[in-house]
Write a protein that binds this ligand. Structure first.
Ligand code: GLA
Length: 385
């Protein structure tokens, strides 16, 4: 935060009134389950976006991104039109979503600093939304429950950016707990419980370096497949509202009446729900290898059923099986590129990263950037004068 205070003071002539911080997230297990009202095991990472702000008179706003020196200026009367590809959309979209809830934001000077890699699958966009939201809340006296802030951020993605995503990213950024995984239920929209990370293990994050842009991707098509499958299953089982209410056996029974593509997508989601519950049991009884195997099963289902892996991710996962030290690995997040997570013993982490980097370069010609990720706590206002 010291860097932010200094840079903000240098840029605007005096320090900020508020600084908030929101972390990126890792999806540990439970892929594409959130918008099907299902289960996810996730974590906030120790990398975050800081959003500093000082209110100003009038309706003109300025945001500086201290990472690359870019600056955006806009007027509060013209925030309702997103500009394609502009990072300021996430902040402007928050203002629109806040207004829908009967609150408003005044003029401000703001700045952003972040240690979350961009467009890689650690939810840098959700971290920007939530850090901005928490700063607005403090500076302009907006009171909303924390779950609602997650919906505000999701509203930006759904309504402003056109991505029909679920609540996972914003929710994990807000509710993450240091050194623990959070078990999220997206029917009740709550953290059911926290699960301690297995002692002596952590996640290595390896970026496939395939830029995933979910807005342009097949994400929305996947969601439609899931909803179609749930609709057909509801016709056979009146208790079914979403894929959350469906078991693997029910899908197999209905296979003949489902479009084959929809059948495979639904199989993935239902399998993921089941794997999340199994993983919690395994972690809690100390079966780390069992947990690792579930990560591999999830990846295989992404590759074969949900078709949201890609060649480079498949390569990283294959390498994880041959480079010594990995207990289990899978893609994390929407897919179609982005990051993979690798469960590794703490003592093996450095060697594993170095070997994975080298092997990936040899196989693909791409430089991966592996990170050893610690699990951090959720979003908060970290300074208010
Ligand atoms: C992206 C979306 C989330 C979730 C994951 C897949 O991160 O933003 O809502 O659907 O993909 O699990």
């Amino acid at each position: 935060m010291q860097d932010m205070m200094k840079m903000f003071g240098d840029a605007y002539g005096k320090g900020p009134a508020v600084v908030s911080r929101a972390p990126g997230r890792l999806e540990i297990l439970g892929n594409h389950t959130d918008y099907n009202e299902g289960f996810v095991l996730s974590a906030a990472v120790d990398r975050a976006t800081e959003f500093a702000l000082s209110p100003v008179d009038g309706k003109d706003c300025e945001i500086r991104d201290f990472r690359d020196g870019s600056v955006r200026n806009f007027n509060l009367d013209s925030v309702d039109q997103p500009k394609p590809g502009d990072w300021a959309n996430y902040v402007k979209g928050m203002i629109c979503e806040i207004r829908k809830r009967g609150h408003d934001v005044g003029g401000f000077n703001a700045a952003i600093l972040s240690t979350i890699p961009l467009s890689a699958g650690m939810s840098s966009s959700a971290a920007l939304e939530i850090s901005a939201g928490f700063a607005f809340a403090k500076a302009f006296g907006i009171e909303l429950p924390k779950e609602e802030w997650a919906r505000v951020g999701q509203g930006v993605e759904n309504n402003y950016m056109g991505l029909k995503s679920g609540l996972l990213d914003q929710f994990s950024s807000i509710f993450g707990q240091k050194d623990s995984l959070i078990f999220c239920d997206f029917r009740s929209v709550s953290v059911e419980r926290t699960v301690r990370m297995p002692e002596g293990y952590s996640f290595v994050v390896a970026n496939s370096m395939v830029k995933h842009n979910l807005v342009d991707s097949e994400y929305n098509a996947r969601r439609r497949s899931c909803e179609r499958a749930a609709g057909i299953l509801a016709g056979r089982h009146p208790e079914v509202k979403t894929l959350r209410d469906v078991s693997t056996d029910m899908i197999e029974d209905a296979k003949g009446s489902l479009d084959n593509d929809d059948y495979l997508k639904a199989l993935h989601v239902v399998g993921e729900n089941e794997r999340v519950l199994k993983a919690i049991e395994m972690i809690e009884k100390g079966d780390v290898q069992g947990f690792g195997n579930l990560l591999y099963e999830s990846q295989e289902s992404s590759r074969v059923n949900f078709a949201n892996s890609c060649r480079e991710i498949d390569c990283l996962i294959e390498l994880s099986r041959s480079v010594p030290g990995c207990i289990g690995a899978r893609l994390s997040g929407g897919g179609f590129g982005g990051i993979t997570i690798h469960l590794v013993k703490d003592s093996d982490t450095e060697q594993y990263r170095a070997r994975l980097d080298t092997a990936y370069k040899l196989q693909t010609g791409l430089e991966t950037s592996t990170l050893a990720c610690s699990i951090g706590s959720g979003a908060a206002v970290v300074y208010a004068c």
